[in-house]
Write a protein that binds this ligand. Structure first.
Ligand code: CP3
Length: 345
């Protein structure tokens, strides 16, 4: 099987020759060839220049032989196109300038027309389909409304989400209007990526796990469902990623998605029990094991492979992104270990 065939089959719970593998943040600072590009170009400049985004996307595919390429971009590119200024600062992560608080601020957020305002992403995807040919699958992605709202309301990455929680509690109508607008924008952006050649889409809700079930169910899940329903109609596999997802798994299992991407805190066998039999599972290897001794690392990989066999399909991945301090040789070894293992019947 080609990497693309293997990845797409596993997403749909169909038989594979070996377990497919790709890694969140497989493009990035741990790769010397990425650091060379970054010395000459800003991060957002790379996201918005199709030739640079294509090169960064292909670097891990060429070096590691992963089964899928994820577009080099960022979830906040969409937020910027909605009219919120975004900067990436070395060390501190993204900084967002506007912090909409009331209805009039939220009404001022645009729903971008992807071909016109996010054409660089679509151009990069089209070029990548040509470059990847039948090799690796091409994954597009969007951030989900709750995680995008967290960056908008907090003005960046937060430790305690105090501003977001206060906004949800004090201005429920404005919060709902913000979620509604983000859902519309994310659904349109995801659909445009599928039209431009993405063969699967990953929906990122990195911070949804901070919520209790009831609040997630009433204030977040309906927007995710709307996006997933509109994208699922197009036939490509949809992957849902959420950090600290254990508590939310029974709710996530009501979504029309194919794959649930699992963080490092719940084993894939337990996740399979909580989500039920119809989902392929991805993820879970603790990114810190990439920095551990070789024995601990190989034991952890074997455990994820063993537990992943409990799911309808298994796509090997980490619980979150590759840490920037990782040795590229360790990641190459990971891909080799996964590709050497035999999948379950
Ligand atoms: O996974 C990939 O290789 C594809 C590219 C990708 C990036 N960001 C590149 C990136 C993807 C899928 C994302 C998604 C993203 N961006 C998420 C959801 C996934 C997750 O990590 O939870 C979030 C929350 C963001 C927002 C974001 N972007 C943060 C918080 C940061 C700072 C942290 C960091 O690692 O520096 C970024 C920057 C970012 N996004 C970098 C990369 C390669 C580092 C930029 C650099 O080179 O300086």
């Amino acid at each position: 099987m080609t990497g693309a065939e293997r990845f797409l089959a596993a997403c749909r719970g169909r038989p594979v020759d070996v377990v497919p593998v790709w890694l969140m943040r497989q493009a990035g600072r741990y790769l010397p060839e990425y650091r060379v590009l970054r010395r000459r170009h800003g991060f957002l400049e790379m996201c918005k220049t199709p030739e640079l985004a294509v090169r960064a996307t292909l670097q891990p595919v060429e070096r590691l032989g992963v089964d899928a390429a994820i577009l080099f971009s960022d979830i906040l590119v969409l937020v910027e196109a909605m009219g919120v200024a975004v900067r990436f600062e070395a060390g501190s992560g993204p900084v967002l300038e506007a912090r909409p608080k009331d209805m009039s601020d939220i009404r001022a957020l645009k729903v971008p027309d992807p071909p016109r305002e996010l054409g660089f992403t679509l151009a990069a995807l089209r070029a990548l389909r040509g470059e990847l040919a039948a090799g690796a699958a091409l994954i597009g992605f969007v951030g989900l409304p709750f995680t995008l709202a967290s960056y908008i309301v907090e003005g960046g990455k937060s430790e305690d989400f105090a501003a977001l929680r206060a906004f949800m509690a004090d201005s429920p109508e404005a919060f709902a209007a913000l979620m509604d607008r983000l859902a519309e924008a994310a659904a349109a952006y995801g659909a445009a990526q599928l039209e431009a050649g993405a063969q699967a889409l990953q929906l990122f809700d990195t911070w949804a796990g901070i919520l209790e079930q009831a609040q997630y169910e009433s204030s977040v899940l309906p927007y995710t469902r709307r996006i997933a329903e509109s994208l699922a109609r197009r036939g490509a596999p949809i992957i849902h990623f959420c950090g600290d997802c254990r508590r939310l798994l029974p709710l996530l299992a009501t979504l029309p998605v194919d794959v649930l991407s699992i963080d490092s805190r719940v084993g894939l066998d337990e996740a399979a029990r909580l989500a039920g039999p119809k989902f392929a599972l991805q993820g879970n290897l603790d990114p810190r094991t990439l920095l551990a001794g070789p024995g601990e690392f190989e034991t952890a990989v074997a455990q994820v492979l063993r537990r992943g066999a409990a799911a309808a399909g298994h796509v090997f991945n980490l619980g979150h992104g590759v840490p920037p301090q990782t040795e590229p040789e360790r990641v190459a070894r990971l891909v080799e270990l996964v590709h050497r293992s035999r999948p379950h019947a």
